[in-house]
Design a protein around this ligand. Structure first.
Ligand code: PEP
Length: 248
């Protein structure tokens, strides 16, 4: 069975003091044992956050280099991240695809770099509004997965994590309906099944992201093929994030 996961993407929000306050609030919460909780703060604060984090949740990075080390100004490596307590990386978030020009090829290189370094990642996919309106969302998302993720072997992808995040739902207050979310998740599961078989497809966690909050999480996360959530705005408030984690 796929692991239940709730992950919080803080994006470029909060200063150090606010970040530490949020972590302190999360430290005092009792998370459910069967839910893996991951927080993605700004990388700059990973070390001070990691120093006070009580270990009931993991820390990840919103971005990292596909290179091991060297002359890559402004980049951070997996080794550096691990040295300050980070265990997971986000790959292919739509904001990085759109604002930083991250291509399918680059995302594939990041996936490969994670595999080589045994570093966990959440691979994000999702269609823009124009694609949804044209009714082409399934082929669009399938192509994203085929371009950057589905070259992995069954062993490599087993236990992996995919986040379906329709671009039109991210930060807009508009969520996918339960039917839209379940339909995409079911299709992603069936593509995994076709390529890798049932054992792998049943074990890959498929998260939903896009304006998921304390009020709508129960509905969205109860879909049979939704194994958790990637949460942006609502992960910046302790009580909201905690409510989402407890909505299972
Ligand atoms: C995200 O950035 O991954 C996200 C889902 O954001 P929000 O929850 O704010 O829509």
């Amino acid at each position: 069975m796929a692991q239940k996961i709730v992950a919080g993407n803080w994006k470029m929000n909060l200063d150090l003091e606010q970040s530490l306050q949020l972590i302190e609030g999360l430290n005092t919460k009792e998370f459910k044992n069967d839910v893996r909780v991951i927080v993605f703060p700004p990388s700059l604060f990973l070390q001070p956050i990691s120093a006070v984090c009580d270990g009931s949740f993991e820390l990840g990075v919103q971005n990292f280099s596909e290179n091991e080390k060297g002359a890559f100004t402004g980049e951070i490596s997996i080794n550096q991240i691990e040295s300050v307590g980070g265990t997971v990386g986000l790959i292919g978030h739509s904001e990085r695809r759109a604002y930083n020009g991250e291509s399918n090829e680059l995302l594939k290189a990041k996936v490969n770099h994670c595999i080589e370094n045994n570093f966990d990642f959440i691979f994000c996919c999702g269609e823009p509004l124009s694609v949804r309106e044209a009714g082409n969302e399934l082929s669009f998302v399938k192509k994203q997965l085929e371009a950057s993720l589905f070259h992995l072997t069954a062993d490599q992808i087993a236990g992996g994590v995919i986040a379906y995040e329709p671009v039109w739902a991210i930060g807009t207050g508009k969520t996918a309906s339960v039917a839209q979310a379940e339909d995409m998740h079911m299709n992603i599961r069936s593509w995994l099944n076709e390529k890798y078989g049932a054992q792998v497809s049943n074990n890959v966690s498929i998260l939903y992201g896009g304006s998921c909050n304390a009020s709508n999480a129960k509905e969205l996360l109860s879909c049979p093929n939704v194994d958790g959530g990637l949460i942006g705005g609502a992960s910046l408030k302790v009580d909201d994030f905690n409510a989402i984690i407890h909505s299972y």
